[in-house]
Design a protein around this ligand. Structure first.
Ligand code: DX5
Ligand code: ZN
Length: 216
């Protein structure tokens, strides 16, 4: 499958979100990645449901919501109501991950499980068949613009092997420090979806940058 690109709104100009949404809607972006942080699971706070609900009215790309919060299962109804296509919860934040994944699907969303950089992909052996996507963090979550962790490429390859061995269609998404150089290597290793924040939003021509990431 040709890989997908999901620009991360975390690096956008929040004073002018309508303008940002206008060019995103007109770009080759496949999804819009939305980072929700609680200041507890990660050492930063971003935006929450009032912003997601406002975006719902204007965003024409499927919303890929990445919850960097403790007890994400508490907010499944709110995430569903905000129009999310994909709800990503962290493996490290879910004691009853199987139950949470089922509840996300029952609420009408695709279910994604996210791994922090230190969490090995082998821990997914008994859940990967139930999830629509695995989101591998290639930085420690909490901030945009961080340096790519090299080991992530090997993790993608190992997860690709697991998914193929089981004959599954689970997607692999990678988030953090993605640019043309790291993106190329991630796609070669088997990534299906690339998230890019700073590399897209801080570039001179974000629409063109998305086109270049798509063309990898
Ligand atoms: C980090 C977020 C990312 C972030 C990526 O915690 O999950 O989605 O926006 O930003 P870049 O692409 O700048 O590393
Ligand atoms: Zn993210």
């Amino acid at each position: 499958m040709k890989h997908l690109i999901a620009p991360s709104l975390l690096s956008a100009n929040f004073l002018d979100l309508r303008k940002e949404l206008d060019w995103i809607n007109g770009s080759e972006a496949d999804w819009l990645h939305l980072d929700i942080m609680d200041g507890v699971f990660v050492p930063n706070i971003s935006f929450g449901f009032p912003v997601l609900n406002a975006l719902k009215a204007v965003c024409r790309k499927p919303m890929d919501v990445h919850l960097m919060i403790v007890e994400p299962q508490k907010f499944i109804p709110e995430v569903a109501a905000s129009g999310a296509y994909m709800m990503n919860v962290h493996y490290e934040a879910c004691t009853h991950l199987h139950r949470t994944v089922a509840a996300i699907k029952e609420a009408g969303m695709k279910a994604g499980v996210t791994l922090n950089p230190h969490t090995p992909v082998c821990l997914l052996e008994d859940i990967v068949q139930d999830v629509d996507m695995v989101l591998l963090m290639s930085v420690n979550p909490g901030y945009g613009g961080q340096r790519f962790i090299e080991h992530s490429v090997e993790k993608v390859a190992r997860l690709r092997e697991m998914i193929d061995r089981k004959g599954l269609r689970t997607l692999i998404e990678v988030d953090g420090g993605v640019n043309l150089e790291t993106g190329r290597r991630l796609v070669d290793a088997g990534a299906d979806v690339l998230v890019a924040g700073n590399f897209v939003f801080k570039s001179a021509d974000p629409v063109r940058t998305i086109k270049e990431l798509k063309a990898l």
